[in-house]
Design a protein around this ligand. Sequence first.
Ligand SMILES: Nc1ncnc2c1ncn2[C@@H]1O[C@H](COP(=O)(O)OP(=O)(O)OP(=O)(O)O)[C@@H](O)[C@H]1O
Ligand SMILES: [Mg+2]
Length: 344
Amino acid sequence: MTRSDEIISVRNIYKVFGSQADTAMALVRAGASKAEVFEQTGQVIGVFDASFSVMRGEIFVIMGLSGSGKSTMVRLFNRLIEPTAGAIFLNGREITGLNDKDLLQVRRKDMGMVFQSFALMPHMTVLENVGFGLQISGVAEKERNSRSITALRQVGLAGQEYCYPHQLSGGMQQRVGLARALANDPAILLMDEAFSALDPLIRHEMQGELIKLQQQQDRTIIFISHDIEEAVRIGHRIAIMEGGRVVQIGTPRELLCNPANDYVRTFFNGFDSSRILKAGDIAQRDAQIVYMPGRETPITADTPIKDIFGTVARASAPVPVVDAAGAYQGCISQGRLLSYLGGH
Ligand SMILES: Nc1ncnc2c1ncn2[C@@H]1O[C@H](COP(=O)(O)OP(=O)(O)OP(=O)(O)O)[C@@H](O)[C@H]1O
Ligand SMILES: [Mg+2]
């Protein structure tokens, strides 16, 4: 059973790269780690016992160091890579069991993919590149062109239809890649480091476009990134991968406030946590302090901490924090607030 708001559900997925997958899986089932399996068999485990769900309409970011299994994971979703064990459900239907014909339908209708490299055909115009997937699916030229023009408009490339890729900047080429995926109008967009090759300004702009598109169309987006700034900006939830495993999934605030391990914590090194934390996240209980309702003006727990600097700076004592119902949560001293500025 899967829940109706789950669009993808991943259950105990493993991917072993190598010719002795069975031997590797037997070792895994006997309790061996990824490193032990590699040592004993030379088999590389790309994804190790991953289980999680992606919700309809969310931007789900997958982060992790190079080689942690991010690309393998998203390629398992559309079965560009076949899992060694486990199951993946799309809208409650097991895609790991689909025949070739049904799988092709899923790839055409349900999932679009945008890669890091633009992968445009140099001899085709922008319009032809965007319509290429539709052409393969047998969509007639008139409809193909109209859907491609709509997609180009969505990514801010109206008027560039008859250019060739070499006439466009890198950022524009990446937009063409995005338009090509959008032209299919897939329910799920898989984006593997799609913005990593772009320079910072264009990248920022593309992130903004993506957020806007997702708000307008309520698409589910699965986005791989190396960059915590990008992940926090666009992600509703972030999954952190380490050595093939998904070590933690949560909202940026959840990961920042309660990192599962040092590996997760490291991603936030140098990150300005005041951008996402709220007063309730940093309030501390202090046995010495007794909160007197009515006498002090409290801060509500959901106030962004960037909005409380003045209040805390002017206060002669730690400022009390209360939840929506007025219940005391703890207090924030000037020292406590300072320790959260500019990365902690
Ligand atoms: N086709 C393959 N054959 C053998 N091993 C592979 C193959 N594809 C990936 N791997 C291995 O699986 C592991 C996960 O690779 P993957 O490409 O998923 O990592 P990634 O997190 O996407 O890394 P990056 O950030 O560098 O793109 C790595 O150890 C990699 O060497
Ligand atoms: Mg990758």
